[in-house]
Design a protein around this ligand. Structure first.
Ligand SMILES: C[S@@+](CC[C@H](N)C(=O)[O-])C[C@H]1O[C@@H](n2cnc3c(N)ncnc32)[C@H](O)[C@@H]1O
Length: 277
């Protein structure tokens, strides 16, 4: 998959009418909130600062899991930050992780997809456009409502999973592909989360996730954990690393395979031997 084809696909996802990516996503947000495109574009520009300010204003303690969950549940500010990022304004380039996963799913004929930590649902749209049956899971119920709005507006069936409601979980052993982009650094225990995600995959299913060795960032106090040395962590699951792009967005692709735990155990010995050479 060339970067050009990924960019073209993502542009179709965000801006199907070709009016310009920032305008397209701002209009969609405005259609939901009732705000003008100009107001939305302004809020998008200030999204990172506003989200950070909200975290400090609410005095969220990252060690308090309930408080962290509560923070995500009762806010919509993050929508503007994510919109700004998805249209390429945050870093001067388009985020292409979802396009990569969606086009991979299309090429491999993978159909059941879970967009875990779906945010504003741009990834759910991408996977839907690639022909998948998409389930969108998040703890942020206000963002999830916007995902439902966007999916319906584009003619796709929304399948929201509100993880903030006690006991609600995605179905186990069901998915061919799971995306978990820029989510793991928001949860306290990344290994536990990886194991949960593994349990939602069918044998042979793929997990696309970012594993950042160090997620700390002055503008993102809500990044409360880091993957550290990612390989020993992955070796404690039944998912085998099959592909990674560590230079830019640190995308890892892991595959749940039969006997994966044993294979990882054996591989971890080899990893350690190689590390001592
Ligand atoms: C940086 S956003 C990424 C959203 C989306 N994946 C994307 O790349 O645009 C992080 C998302 O993770 C969600 N999140 C945070 N903690 C979570 C948890 N414990 N379980 C599921 N989602 C969570 C947030 O609500 C937010 O939507």
């Amino acid at each position: 998959m060339s970067d050009q084809s990924l960019r073209e696909f993502w542009t179709q996802v965000i801006d199907p009418e070709g009016i310009g990516l920032p305008e397209a996503i701002a209009r969609e947000l405005g259609a939901y909130t009732g705000e003008s495109t100009t107001v939305v574009l302004d809020k998008m520009t200030g999204g990172t600062d506003a989200f950070k300010a909200l975290w400090h204003e609410r005095e969220v303690q990252s060690s308090d899991q309930a408080a962290v969950k509560e923070f995500y549940r009762n806010q919509f500010v993050e929508a503007y930050e994510l919109a700004n990022w998805h249209c390429g304004r945050s870093f001067g380039e388009l985020p292409l992780s979802y396009a990569r996963a969606a086009l991979f799913a299309k090429r491999e004929g993978l159909t059941r997809a879970l967009d875990f930590g779906s945010g504003i649902g741009s990834g759910s749209l991408a996977l839907s456009m690639a022909g998948c049956e998409v389930h969108s899971a998040d703890i942020a119920n206000e963002l999830l409502a916007f995902v439902v709005f966007r999916m319906k507006r584009r003619g796709f069936v929304p399948r929201p999973i509100d993880l903030g409601i006690g006991g609600v979980q995605p179905p186990r052993h069901y998915f061919d592909v799971i995306t978990c982009f820029d989510v793991l650094e928001h949860v306290p225990d990344q290994l536990e989360m990886l194991r949960q995600l593994e349990s939602y995959l069918k044998p042979g299913g793929y997990l696309f996730a970012n594993l950042y060795d160090d997620s700390t960032h002055p503008d993102r106090p809500m990044h409360i954990s880091s993957a550290g040395d990612w390989l020993p962590m992955v070796r404690q699951t039944g998912m085998i690393p099959v592909w990674k792009e560590v230079e830019e967005q640190k995308i890892h692709v892991l595959r749940r395979v039969r006997g994966g735990r044993l294979k990882n155990l054996a591989a971890s010995v080899v990893d350690r031997l190689q590390a001592t050479r």
